[in-house]
Design a protein. Structure first.
Ligand code: PLP
Length: 315
């Protein structure tokens, strides 16, 4: 499994990966959590995206690190606010977490921003965790570059990837991390003494997924792109909503400040009155307030029905 992943993940990113640098885990999450536990000492600062995947803040706190939220700004296609980043990064920064394409915003960090972030990582001698779970779900011919491809970054980067999104294998619990082999050996130890190992039959399925035909991944990404267009166009017809076109992942993240309601109040109202389940932006961090997160991993028919029902509640 590690040989297959080293070959495939390396070839997709244009970097050379040795199987000893690959850590297989039950889902991507253990490869977020255990490297954080391994690297963070009490009081170390960790910069993480906000709004962002809620696991980041939780795992920083478990490791007794200091969570430092970096705002993702809508005007920038939800990339980092680099000015804010420059003010927050310092000698106490031990780890920087990136997630591109992002959950919940669908934003992709452009290569120029990655170069800027990489120069600060080198200057302050920190680690970077690049959550690339959605790397293959990108639209309009765009690519989501990996910071690991930049000079001097490989030896400081933990790439986290998995099967949940690319192959829709969420329930199989299969993921992997790519990191320097000394760190990989320590993470393997943490995994051995906590979860044991990743189920072998699941790994066999993973090898089949990676080495088999890949057309279905492309077919699915084209389908997601159609759904994205339908959901974004639909959301922009709802009074008080404005929605950018996300460049990746399968979430729409409309700004709902025009409704005059807060995100939790509005999400509850939509659930109760329209029977449509979505998430308020708030649980993704304070900068998520004023937004909702909608998943479009659903049929176009259901998306259209859902939009119509939300509109009926809001007009
Ligand atoms: N990272 C991000 C950004 C995610 O959205 C998710 C799942 O929603 C994960 C990591 C974890 O995925 P898994 O543990 O299923 O591989």
């Amino acid at each position: 499994m590690r040989e297959v992943l080293a070959e495939d993940a390396g070839q997709r990113r244009g970097i050379k990966i040795h199987p000893d640098e690959v850590v297989v885990s039950p889902g991507g999450k253990p490869n977020l959590f255990f490297p954080t536990l391994a690297l963070i000492e009490s009081g170390d600062e960790v910069i993480y995206p906000n709004p962002g995947f809620p696991t980041y803040e939780a795992m920083i706190k478990v490791a007794d690190g200091v969570p430092v939220a970096i705002p993702l700004v809508e005007e920038n296609g939800f990339s980092f606010d680099l000015e804010a980043f420059d003010k927050l990064v310092n000698e106490r920064t031990k780890l920087i977490i990136l997630n591109s394409p992002s959950n919940p915003t669908g934003g992709v960090i452009p290569a120029a921003d990655l170069e800027h972030i990489a120069s600060q990582i080198e200057r302050y001698d920190c680690w970077v965790m690049s959550d690339e779970l959605y790397t293959r779900i990108v639209y309009d011919g765009l690519e989501a570059p990996s910071i690991a491809t930049l000079p001097e970054m490989r030896e400081r980067t933990i790439i986290v990837d998995g099967f949940s999104k690319t192959y829709a294998m969420t329930g199989w619990r299969l993921g992997f991390g790519i990191m320097p082999k000394e760190l990989a050996a320590r993470i393997d130890l943490l995994l051995t003494h906590s979860i044991g190992s990743t189920a072998h039959f699941t790994q066999i399925a993973g090898i089949e997924a990676v080495t088999g035909p890949q057309e279905m991944v492309n077919v699915m990404v084209s389908e997601y792109q159609l759904r994205r267009n339908v959901i974004v166009d639909g959301l922009n017809t709802i009074p008080g909503f404005t929605c950018q076109k996300p460049q990746g992942a399968f979430y729409a993240f409309p700004n709902i400040t025009g409704t005059g309601m807060d995100s939790t109040e509005l999400a509850n109202l939509i659930l109760e009155k329209a029977g449509v389940a979505l998430l308020p932006g708030n649980p993704f961090g304070g900068y998520g307030e004023g937004y909702l997160r909608l998943s479009y991993a659903n049929s176009i028919e259901n998306i259209e029905k859902g939009i119509e029902r939300i509109r009926t509640v809001l007009i």
